[in-house]
Ligand binder design. Sequence first.
Ligand SMILES: *Cc1c(COP(=O)(O)O)cnc(C)c1O
Length: 389
Amino acid sequence: MKKETQLISAGRSKKYTQGVVNPVLQRASTVVFDSVAEFKEAAKNRGNHALFYGRRGTNTHFALQEAIAELEGGAGCALYPSGAAAIANTLLSFVKSGDHILMMDSAYEPTRDFCDKILQGMGVSTTYYDPTIGAGVSELIQDNTRVLFMESPGSITMEVQDVPSLVKAAKAHGLITMLDNTYGNGLSFRPLDFGVDISIQAATKYIVGHSDVMMGVSVATEEYWPTLRENSYLLGQCCSADDAYMALRGLRTMAVRLKQHEQSALQVANWLSEHPLVDHVRHPALPSCPGHEFFKRDFNGSNGLFSIVLKQGNQDALDALVEALHHFKMGFSWGGYESLITTNLTMKGLRSQTGWNFGPVVRLHIGLEDVEDLIADLSQGLDVYASKL
Ligand SMILES: *Cc1c(COP(=O)(O)O)cnc(C)c1O
């Protein structure tokens, strides 16, 4: 079965749908039992998609959890109220005081801040590694290293990681491997197929796909699923049935949305790579992106997200560019149907190991608007930019 087909049927068990296409929307805190025998049976199955208590989920949640576990090829999927919560709680589920984490230097900023501001205070230390380090990560592994954390491609600067080499090094030392797969989404990249133990996504992005729900998901292998499930439960993690319903609804159309995002973004990226103001384009499918060879080897496709590095600039010119655009709104998220832009003049504070010796970075999310309209918009925006240099 092709993945596009799988995405349509995953999680659609009659238990959850009661005979219609979509799962029932079951909002609940309390589950009630008619007999002690029924209660005991439910208690026995409580980690196993059976009604027990609201925080353990309802049939709406179970349908989504099964669909995403199938998409990512894992034993189970934990749900969280945001992508940031998924990352924080997945890490918290596996580290204790005295442990050490290896974190890539181009990690999503709140992931980095969680390590520096929360885990540090709990006695868990973090070393940042160059995202392009590959097998060289072995040299950074200490006796107390517990987790190797990856994100591929990295946030904003888009380095694609050599995941098989990183995993091999980590496994030789018995580390747990986690990967923020928000970009790879389970269709374009499946970390568990490459030996990663836990794949995490901000479902807020392409799974939900319409910029109207915050959610995080973590999918683990058979080995790590029971600990992830129970520890996330103890940390009080859950999400509303309405949000789970919306995420599953988004998931059903993700493949077709991604194809359009991918096609339009490639067209815009190719156009930008010829633009005189652009130093280089960091789109994983283009050779100018660090780690492009790993993207070609390991990914099934790209999507609407990429960055461009400008030859020169200043904050006033960047602000003028953003103000001049009509279809690209300034916004921190991505993965919805709309085009977005963020700018970074120097990348200051976002990297500690790998410096930044290039010009300003502009990150674009190419939405589902007509691509000619988007190119025309960027073209006039860059003319305004040039006039401010
Ligand atoms: C947006 C994002 C997150 C966080 O997701 P939220 O749902 O906004 O908390 C995590 N990782 C990456 C790569 C992201 O882009």
